[in-house]
Design a protein around this ligand. Structure first.
Ligand code: IPE
Ligand code: IPE
Ligand code: MG
Length: 262
């Protein structure tokens, strides 16, 4: 790792929110504090085997298990997984049903092992759109894992970065209209506190699998200074060595935050 890859101290991070400044990257350097993953390629994985897409998503859920474990073992404190985008609602109804069903099943089957492993699960995104039963299952899983401190796991479902930013702007506008907020007080920290990631550090590494090189509406505000790593592996094949590779690539990057290093 080059000396310049050392993360800047919190005081040197011009775009850091107070939340991220409060949790500087731990010493030991090179390690991202927060990894976001755009888990892509389930459909292509299934198609390449002549299988229905649903089986690709099922195999993707196994990769989720492996990746959570590998992340926790690597000593990373935060992991955000993009599981279902606000645009994914436009897929055929049977695929949406398969994905929703799988999510509910996963929540129920994994919650006790997550709690046992010290993993705190939080769901971000418009969970209400999945209906009462799923909302209940999500709430129960969040409560059952609330004491976990080893790894903070966010799962983004019915999540879209633009919708999240618009919702934050709407909330702030309401407060201004109600006379409880002075528009002059709206700064980046105020704005960040309205997002679903309030109080969490920004992701410093965003990984996308399947070879596609785009964000697809994932953590738009939060990824302002994230390092992007695109890996040519379909999500159901993802495993600990791929994660290690991405972390190694991150360690080689030089983060400058708009400043001059030398
Ligand atoms: C990722 O795999 C899962 C979701 C987006 C829900 P895809 O279903 O997008 O798989 P590809 O991109 O079609 O291969
Ligand atoms: C992004 O994948 C969303 C998730 C991984 C949940 P998509 O497959 O939906 O993205 P596009 O359509 O290729 O941009
Ligand atoms: Mg895709």
């Amino acid at each position: 790792m080059s000396a310049a890859a050392k993360p800047l101290g919190p005081a040197e991070q011009p775009l850091g929110t107070p939340e991220s400044a409060a949790e500087p990257a731990r010493p030991g350097a090179g390690l991202p504090q927060h990894i976001g993953i755009i888990m892509d390629g389930n459909g292509r994985w299934a198609a390449s085997r002549g299988l229905p897409r649903a089986l690709g998503h099922k195999a993707g859920a196994e990769a989720v298990r492996r990746t959570i474990e590998a992340t926790a073992r690597a000593g990373i404190g935060w992991l955000t997984l993009f599981a279902f985008s606000s645009e994914n609602w436009q897929r055929p109804a049977d695929e949406v049903r398969d994905l929703t069903g799988l999510m509910r099943m996963y929540l129920r089957s994994e919650v006790s092992s997550l709690a046992r492993e010290g993993i705190r699960l939080r769901v971000i995104g418009e969970r209400e759109r999945f209906g009462a039963e799923t909302v209940r299952a999500i709430g129960a899983a969040e409560t059952a894992t609330a004491h976990g401190t080893r790894l903070n796991l966010n799962v983004a479902v019915s999540y879209g970065g633009r919708a999240e930013i618009v919702a934050a702007a709407r909330d702030l506008a309401r407060q201004v209209a109600a006379g409880t907020l002075d528009p002059e007080q709206v700064d980046m920290a105020t704005f960040a506190r309205q997002l679903s990631t309030a109080g969490m550090p920004d992701p410093d590494l965003i990984i996308r699998t399947s070879g596609e090189q785009r964000l697809s509406n994932f953590l738009l505000w939060q990824s302002a200074y994230a390092e992007l790593v695109f890996q040519d592996v379909l999500w159901p094949d993802y495993d600990a060595p791929h994660l290690a590779q991405a972390i190694a690539e991150f360690a080689r990057r030089e983060r400058r935050y708009g400043l001059r290093v030398a």
